[in-house]
Design a protein around this ligand. Sequence first.
Ligand SMILES: Cc1ncc(COP(=O)(O)O)c(C=O)c1O
Length: 371
Amino acid sequence: MVDTKTQYHKIKAEVDKAVIEVMESTAFINGKIVQDFSANLSLYLGVKHTIPCANGTDALQIAMMALGLQPGDEVITPSFTYIATTEVIALLKLTPVFVEVNPQTFCIDPLAIEKAITSKTKAIVPVHLYGHAAPMEEIMAIADKHNLYVIEDNAQAIGCEYTFSDGTKKKTGSIGHIGTTSFYPSKNLGAFGDGGAISTDDDELAATLKMIANHGQSKQYYHDVVGCNSRLDSMQAAILDIKLKHLDEYVAARRSVADFYDKAFADNKKIKTPFRGAASNHAFHQYTLILEEVNRDGLKQFLSDNNIPAMIYYPVAGHKQKMFEKFNTASQVMPVTDWLTERVISLPIHTEMDDEQLNFITSKVLEYINK
Ligand SMILES: Cc1ncc(COP(=O)(O)O)c(C=O)c1O
């Protein structure tokens, strides 16, 4: 689905030099480069603080811990997302409240959020799924009205910009009270291993997030709250700092791939290409089609037989996952989510695709669908 090797080779000299510098410095943990990267990422996102951590799942967990959420508090989240978003809610003994997504954008539906709010609701976790921004203006208005926190799960959308109705533009991950992201290698900003980050404009919250990510430590060997050990190592920070300079170019390359696919599939009644909402300049972490009257497994197998990977993100939605059995969510009626889980398929999309590859992929998809 990705070609991180070719991407690496284009910046090899710079990356190798930076990695050797870290090795020579032996400042493997918390080297200066970690602070530099976090400052540069804050600048990119337009936020005051960024706290790097070990991965995007930890970022979500630390965010929820920092907000002081208590067991039994309800957190509203889409059912149609990667399990990391919802798993940490249950891990912290909070209650996940699954709601529907918009069938066009794949992102959480504000009307469904409003309907799900109870006296126990404390937070909303919108996910910018596949790289399309959730409707943040509406979500922030709901949060303000009901005094709720918003944690944006920006793991799939770094590089996406959201435009408010007054024309103000903000990067996704900088709009809610906290934004979290992942640097998993295949992400838009991918490390050469694991990594994640948490961003906020709130000084107090930033101090708490930093403390929680470091064993709840306020000063050396003084631990004020129960925390965890979640660090971005210096080598990953050095690599990410270089790749951050290329992020907009990487996202532009992904958008060109999406344009190519869009054009190739435009006239096909059985394929719905990704919607691009006016408020969101899609960062295309994934290029996900909705298939109508197509044998999805058959298409996936046919593509695989032709050495084309394709993935189903996600075949089982959160409310139907066994891990959430105790919340009795499996019987929840979620027609949009269920409909999507049966119809979506994601095609390869990355920064290194050329027209030859794209022509091959699109011709094989159409060959199967039109047969
Ligand atoms: C929407 C979403 N949230 C959270 C995560 C978790 O990130 P990580 O794999 O770095 O823990 C991912 C990663 O795949 C993701 O796609």
